[in-house]
Design a protein around this ligand. Sequence first.
Ligand code: C2O
Length: 610
Amino acid sequence: MSSPLRTSALSSISSFRRPQPFPKKCQNTCSVGKPRVCFVGRLPPCKATINSDQNPSNQDPRAPHVGKILDRRNVLIGLGAGGLYGAAGLDPSPFAFADPIPPPDIDTCTETTDPKIPTQECCPQKPDKIKIIDFQLPASQPAILRKRRAAQDAAKDRVYVANYKEAIRRMKSLDINDPRSFWSQANVHCAYCEGSYHYGEKKLEIQVHSSWLFYPFHRMYLYFYERILASLIKERDPNFALPFWNWDAPEGMYMPTIFEEDGVINPLYDPYRNDKHRRPGRIVDLNYGLGMDNNTRDTDTIEKYNLFTMHNKMLSGARWDWCLFFGHPYRAGDNPNPGAGNIELVPHNTVHDWTGTTQDSTQGGVDMGIFYSAGRDPVFYAHHANVDRMWYLWKNRFGGKDIKDLDWLDTEFLFYDENKQLMRVKVRDSLDTALLGYEYQSVEIPWIDDNFKPTARFPTNKTKPQVLFTEHHTKFPFTWDSTISVEVARPVPRRRSDSEKAKQQEVLVVGGIGFPANESVKFDVYVNDDADSPSGLDKSEFAGSFVHIPHRHKEKIQTKLTLGITQLLEDLRAEEDSSVVVTLVPRVGIGKVTLSCITIELSACPNQAL
Ligand code: C2O
């Protein structure tokens, strides 16, 4: 079957010129009997993803500029051929300049307060004279590494717990203008994610989520936060380390008790958490979405799905593809939300939502559930310690390799240290936790077991779901409010060798996802599944989810979702098929989201270890 949606970096240009409908045979199949799949015709391929992810700068810092110009010519050809590329709504102007994102100019920090919410400042106090010092890593690791322990284990060490509470109590009692205060520290996060910080003459927004900056920014944020806490209790425990919320193991899949015990008199307690979820025995649902409390899954099923999710995100779904793991490149001049990595979407975003929804859980987020206030819940830092531990495990245990691109390594952030000194930190300073003086307790990792590898729901059924071709949507992006399925061509319809697969993931891209930043959004993606009753989350047909935690500001976000499907295609025995059927099921924010395009392509971020 020759499909109009087949894409590879260059061959797709001709398909832009003459978009053709799906082959005729698809048009009739659904009119008889009950259609298994609803439909959208002609969702265009996402052409921009390959271009914006290309990583030619590994060797020469000037190389990306050359790469960008070449890319631009491709784009222009695409536009001349009918404008689908432009309509895709991806990276409006990624080619203006390519360089690392510079540190924010604190002097020009702007509040993005919603007029309906009483002023709650994000910007740091402007010092009279800003003196910034470059952060220096030690030449070798310190003799004693601070050990971050699982919260459920640390809870048994009552001296540790008392010290931790005392450190937070002291932090909360500092003057709010002190950059080390609990309030100022929470606002560090607010300013970096609510559009307060800008760079360059055009005053472009700095954003630390939905891109490759997610892991390094949060690692260094926690680093300074932990140093401040340790300095506040130095007479008690100068080697103080944060605990991690071990939500990836059954013993840790609950709101950690140290954050709840004794209620309001506990400095680690936060009244703004979902009350249903703080009850003992309420398991964390790593696939949670706002308002999904009434789903009928029992505790055992949620626990099982959580472990399948972890296995998929850390092993089969990522397979050392650096964009899938870290998130997509974000260079100076780029769209600030180029696309999140696997763990950022699930379980990072979902655990935020699970923790920080209002009591009836339909009203939206409080504290953890909305970006500007997330850092006001002490459990934020334990949650992020576990997110950080995923990067640590990926490298130290599974052999993942950090990104070599200089635009990533030289991106800079500013943080105040324990001496109230403003420090300039580069991403390259964040790579080695031992040099930063800490490590993670080694605990059991249940999800590495092959029992948590998804299996096909329809292992022998080679009858592909049927797709009715219509031209309902000829304008992109379109607003999308119910389950849709679309047939998508594959770039290499043959069985690839194991070494090809190890080198390069086959990636499903849902592009030009647009919505107002202050909305909650979740949708699920299935491949070759029954759209009327999508499979469980332990099945290979379930490819993954897109999840957005709301911001306070309402500006429109444009981003994309990328899911590694190499293993999935193997499980579904679809490797030799020229196309698959992709089903998108909206769960949260229904009717608020627009979509532009969908593509399957070979990843532009291949395994760097090979
Ligand atoms: Cu900066 Cu968990 O978010």
